[in-house]
Design a protein around this ligand. Structure first.
Ligand SMILES: [Ca+2]
Length: 284
């Protein structure tokens, strides 16, 4: 089984890199990285205070601001940007944000395709295509192909998958380093459109829990990003007698549903807290 498919040119979406006239064709940061073959593993300290030259997570910083302090491109010259290279992405719903580190872009494509791309040339360094069972799309329904974000930690690219696993890829080769099942998708078909973030050495991930996935699928998980070992999972739907039970008005536990946390979480290192949004489908 392979997710590889033939697509028409009209179905392609292009990754594009733009450059301002007058700037070096090869940015200084990328030049220095290209000259250094040694990959520097990503640490919690780097994630919690990222270099302006890199983009190490979905919104660059753990507070989710999505703000870059770089100032070479501004309101006055943004109109002068010119295309340097393009390359095709895998077909499907495009919601991915690339990571940028050491002159390489790590791009989450739909249907668990992850690519490492030379940021200067657009050349493909490696591509991972997860072997997804044929019935996943039917079991999961719409939006299951989304692959919004990936995480980088140590020498791994980490993502959650359509078939309800969390997995890590070797950052230098794209080969699968480890994987850990979160759910049997036939029993609890939770949907992973977003990948994890890294919070103090833990890979924190949320998920959409459709009604048929049951209340136990409405959970936030932490995994060891070095090994994939599950560290904890916290339910977002209380059982009878637990705090928050009173907000459910006596609805039997088995009928409580749809309190997912499908959007990418954020993290406050000072408070050691993970703020997360929940799907508004039910009380909690
Ligand atoms: Ca994914």
């Amino acid at each position: 089984m392979s997710v590889q498919r033939v697509v028409s040119p009209s179905a392609l979406v292009l990754a594009t890199v733009l450059l301002l006239p007058g700037l070096d064709a090869v940015p200084a940061v990328a030049q220095s990285a290209a000259q250094n073959d040694g990959f520097v593993p990503v640490t919690d300290a780097m994630l919690q205070n990222p270099s302006p030259d890199d983009w190490l997570m979905w919104r660059r910083t753990l507070n989710g601001w999505g703000y870059s302090p770089l100032d070479q491109i501004d309101r006055d010259n943004v109109g002068e940007l010119q295309m340097v290279w393009t390359r095709a992405l895998a077909s499907g719903a495009q919601e991915g944000t690339p990571l940028a580190y050491g002159g390489t872009l790590y791009m989450p494509n739909p249907n668990e395709v992850v690519q490492a791309i030379d940021a200067v040339t657009g050349d493909l360094k490696w591509e991972y295509r997860r072997d997804i069972p044929d019935d996943v799309a039917e079991v999961m329904g719409g939006l299951t192909e989304n692959n919004r974000n990936i995480a980088i930690y140590g020498s791994y690219i980490i993502d959650t998958s359509n078939d309800d696993y969390i997995y890590a890829l070797d950052v230098n080769t794209g080969e699968l380093a480890w994987e850990e099942q979160i759910f049997d998708y036939h029993v609890h078909p939770a949907r992973h459109s977003s990948g994890p973030i890294i919070a103090n050495g833990k890979a924190i991930s949320g998920r959409s829990c459709r009604p048929r996935a049951g209340p136990v699928s409405c959970v936030i998980l932490a995994h060891d990003p070095r090994t994939g070992k599950e560290l904890w999972r916290t339910r977002l739907i209380p059982r009878p007698g637990e705090p928050g039970d009173e907000t459910w008005g006596g609805v039997p536990y088995e009928e409580r549903m749809h309190v997912g946390s499908w959007m990418v979480p954020s993290f406050d290192p000072e408070l050691n807290l993970v703020p997360d949004a929940r799907h508004p489908g039910g009380p909690s």
